[in-house]
Design a protein. Structure first.
Lengths: 485, 96
């Protein structure tokens, strides 16, 4: 008889290796449109395998099974419900929420081991506990603050925009570090709580000053942290699978953060330490809905806009987050179908950070059945604007600001933008002349070829639809189609 | 090779692998990739399970373990499902 332990070890090792391989393939596949969905499912299978392998290895007793069942049922069910219910527009908040929970889980494991199981822990485990608590706490509180800010539950307090915040944050970091250094000597006592409290507050302190426009970068960075926290938890419980998976997510998250920063023309350092964009910028319009900055605004009715559309040969829509807030994707899709049937060439210009996260707008438009081929990325559509008759900007602002190209004093200067000012006619659909996310005046609004159509994006689009229909645009089409049939 | 240096090798190679895996990502996929990677970071469920196993009959530790398992699974299940929901929308245009 061979030892049964040997064969179980072999089996679980093999499962672990397959799980790591599938996880790596999953992350890789997620970076290509064609393979992304399968890759996500592959990663989910890998996760299932990893859990299965561990359960075979540790063979929990009845009491452990009871608690495992309770925890799994609660967490799994809540995850299922959240994932089903959440609207696509709230995706950034939800990713932040999930991420915070992942950080909290690593934090709890480390605290649990420190409080009740540290007698058997060696130096490596103790140091790992300190790291895991530190990173886990920052991830947890930082993500929750990010979520609350995106939901509008939290503002950016004024004191966080002064340099006082650096002093506070450094003090908190020192507090947490002192705790971390002392922790291995006294894992159940005061140092543990120093780390927990210090780094939790630090997570709040570094996230609170950051403006809404930069929040996606922060979430991506916190996502990377939660990978680090998981890897540290892997050292605490001695799981190589956890270490490798955590490390992969940690470094992949860092790359993604960098890619996002590049797309927004922000350096990571200025996102983290620079405070909210526009708060101290040169040509910033004093926050919120100030209209003082504008002098040459032309506004027009949906009727005039519809007339321009009716005669256009080529129309480009520039959707922004305002469109998503108004839930106007479907109305936009209706309008573009009508125009296409009228023989107008329609496309959508997608700025890399349109929506509230890079790629968010693609998700929202895909939800409204907009054909993927019509979504054109910035670099490809910019040369097309000079031969475009009508551009309609829907709830986008900073990403179409020509100052980013021409005005070196603008806080946006250097950010890649959609060059809609090259088009023959531009209509900007907007609720009011309020400033954008970054709180900066938009020179586009004052150009002679620009007209503002004030109103809620959905209401304006529906207005355009009925105007066009009453002009007979739809009817002509219906006749044409009958003839063709 | 000691257990520690083995673990550090794993850490190093895992990090390098992560750096290599996503070189070029189209902006379309930034959001789903972030949310998918986020789900994977919930792999800390493994640590939670180990903690519950180690707890024996220590009720406090069992509770902490179960709590942490719940939060980690919330991250995993929610993360994968939400990513799938987003990516399912991209799929349709390929079929059409």
């Amino acid at each position: 008889m061979t030892s049964p332990f040997l064969s179980i070890d072999l089996l679980t090792d093999a499962i672990d290796l397959v799980a790591v391989l599938l996880l790596a393939l999953g992350i890789k596949g997620l970076s290509k449109v064609r393979s992304a969905r399968g890759a996500n499912q592959l990663a989910a299978v890998a996760m299932g395998l990893a859990v299965l392998g561990l359960l075979i290895e540790i063979q929990p007793g009845p009491l452990a099974w009871l608690w495992i069942g309770a925890g799994s049922a609660a967490g799994g069910l809540a995850g299922l419900i959240t994932a089903r219910r959440v609207p696509m527009t709230a995706m950034p908040e939800v990713v932040a929420l999930f991420n915070g929970c992942g950080g909290l889980a690593s934090l709890l494991v480390a605290v649990g081991v420190a409080l009740f199981d540290s007698a058997s822990a060696d130096m490596v485990a103790l140091v790992s506990i300190a790291i895991s608590v530190f990173v886990g706490s920052i991830t947890f509180t930082g993500s929750i603050v990010a979520m609350a800010k995106l939901q509008g539950w939290l503002d950016t307090p004024a004191w966080t925009q002064s340099s006082v915040r650096h002093v506070v944050n450094i003090a908190l970091a020192v507090l947490a570090l002192v705790g971390a250094v002392l922790l291995p000597g006294d894992p159940t006592g005061l140092p543990l709580w120093l780390v927990v409290i210090g780094s939790s507050l630090l997570g709040v302190g570094v996230t609170l000053p950051i403006g809404g426009a930069d929040m996606p970068v922060v979430i991506s960075l916190l996502n990377s942290y939660s990978g680090v926290a998981a890897a540290a938890a892997g050292f605490v419980v001695g799981s190589q699978l956890l270490i490798v998976a955590g490390a992969m997510v940690g470094s992949a998250g860092l790359i993604l953060t960098q890619v996002m920063c590049t797309a927004m023309n922000r350096s990571l350092l200025s996102v983290l330490f620079g405070g909210a964009l526009g708060a101290s910028g040169g040509s910033a319009v004093g926050g919120g809905g100030s209209e003082a900055g504008y002098t040459r605004i032309t506004s027009c009715s949906p009727e005039e806009c519809a007339m321009a559309l009716e005669q256009a040969e080529r129309v480009v829509f520039v959707p922004g987050y305002g469109l998503a807030v108004a839930q106007a994707q479907h109305a936009l899709r209706e309008l573009s179908k009508l125009l296409e049937a009228h023989g107008v060439e329609v496309s959508y210009a997608i700025h890399p950070v349109a929506g509230r996260m890079p790629g968010h707008m693609n998700v929202l438009l895909a939800e409204a059945d907009v054909p993927y081929e019509q979504l054109i990325e910035m670099d490809l559509i910019n040369p097309e604007f000079p031969r475009t008759d009508v551009v309609i900007v829907l709830g986008a602002n900073d990403v179409v600001n020509p100052d980013a190209k021409s005005d070196p004093t603008s806080p946006l200067y250097g950010m890649p933008v959609l060059e809609v000012d090259q088009a023959r006619q531009v209509f900007v659909v907007k609720r009011s002349l309020g400033a954008g996310y970054a709180g900066i005046a938009n020179a586009l609004f004052e150009l002679p070829q620009t007209a503002m159509v004030f109103g809620d994006a959905k209401a304006v689009l529906n207005g355009l639809l009925s105007e066009l229909r009453s002009m007979g645009v739809g009817k002509v089409v219906a006749k044409k189609e009958k003839v063709a049939a | 090779m000691s257990v520690l240096s083995q673990a550090l090798w794993v850490l190093l190679l895992g990090s390098l692998l992560g750096l290599e895996l996503i070189g070029k990502v189209p902006p379309t996929l930034h959001t789903p990739l972030m949310s998918g990677a986020n789900a994977i970071s919930g792999i800390t469920v493994l640590a939670s399970l180990t903690l519950i196993q180690k707890a024996g009959d220590n009720q406090a530790l069992l509770l902490i373990g179960a709590l942490s398992l719940g939060f980690a699974l919330y991250n995993v299940v929610g993360g994968f499902l939400v990513t799938d929901r987003m990516l399912a929308m991209f799929r349709r245009k390929g079929d059409a």
